[in-house]
Design a protein around this ligand. Structure first.
Ligand code: NDP
Length: 255
């Protein structure tokens, strides 16, 4: 393996790593040599994801976390440090959406989306900072969206959270560059996961509209995120920080 991309000896926490895009990234990181901590709520999905990583020869274990709870995020980092003595990579991937017109949201729904998608990423980043500062190295990968760039009539808090994710990425990148901590964001296009499967049922024509607008002429799959995760977690990206990189089959550049 090219040493630039070698993650042997590194420990990576992936929130929402028990399925979809998170699992795609976890598998990529593990194949590159990292020990992966799969952090999710659903115990069954956690166990299945660990088994999937191990079946590829990777090292993984699961930690139960509810990213809406600050104490749970801090516990996730503490238990990782106890188990492995280090943490090198944090992937803030856990996310959810509530789809409805803006005038229909209850405040609790707005808060749930913002807390799950954006506040949790800040809390988890704070929680790893001490370990990263001590190592004088660290990588944070935040998951945004096409809605970091574009509006969406049916997803106001989601778009706000994902737009905020990009600005938070830039702010953390500026703040922590001197500590050799790189903070970057990935902006997925339309990817076939649990999150979008229901949307494709609920929103008539969505499947075909995505195909039409995506130059690559396909929906993305979780494995499309393995490579970018390794790149942003490895020394290959040591001079890249504060970037927001679309992984979208060209969706965001189609006129
Ligand atoms: P999934 O629904 O498959 O994954 C979402 C993950 O988030 C699950 O693993 C889930 O774990 C976890 N999660 C949600 N809430 C919590 C919580 N409170 N505490 C801990 N974990 C939580 O969807 P995707 O893989 O598609 O989504 C992953 C990320 O990618 C999200 O941030 C999403 O916004 C983003 N994204 C997805 C796109 C797509 O087209 N699919 C496009 C753009 C961005 P559990 O089941 O255990 O709760």
């Amino acid at each position: 393996m090219n040493p630039l991309f070698d993650l042997s000896g590194k420990v990576a926490i992936v929130t929402g790593g028990n399925g979809g895009i998170g699992l795609g990234m976890a598998q990529g990181l593990a194949v590159a040599g990292a020990t992966v901590v799969i952090a999710g709520r659903n115990h069954h999905k956690n166990s299945e994801a660990v088994a999937a990583v191990q079946s590829q020869g990777g090292q993984a274990h699961a930690v139960a976390v509810d990213v809406m709870q600050q104490a749970s995020c801090e516990q996730m980092v503490q238990s990782t440090l106890q188990a492995h003595g280090r943490v090198d990579i944090l992937v803030n991937n856990a996310g959810m959406n509530i789809r409805k017109p803006p005038q229909s949201y209850a405040l609790a729904e707005w808060n749930e989306v913002m807390q799950t998608n954006l506040t949790s990423a800040f809390v988890c980043s704070q929680a790893v900072y001490g370990a990263f500062e001590k190592n004088r190295a660290g990588k944070i990968i935040n998951i945004g969206s096409m809605m970091s760039l574009f509006g969406a009539s049916f997803a106001t808090p989601y778009a706000a959270s994902k737009g905020g994710m990009v600005q938070m990425t830039k702010a953390l990148a500026c703040a922590w560059a001197a500590q050799n901590i790189q903070v970057n964001a990935i902006l997925p296009g339309w990817i076939d996961t649990d999150l979008t499967r229901q949307a494709r049922v609920d929103v008539q024509g969505l499947h075909d509209r995505v195909l039409e607008r995506t130059p690559a002429k396909r929906w993305g799959v979780p494995n499309d995120f393995a490579g970018i995760a390794v790149f942003l977690a490895s020394s290959a990206s040591d001079f890249i920080t504060g970037a927001a990189i679309p992984v979208d089959g060209g969706y965001s550049v189609q006129g």
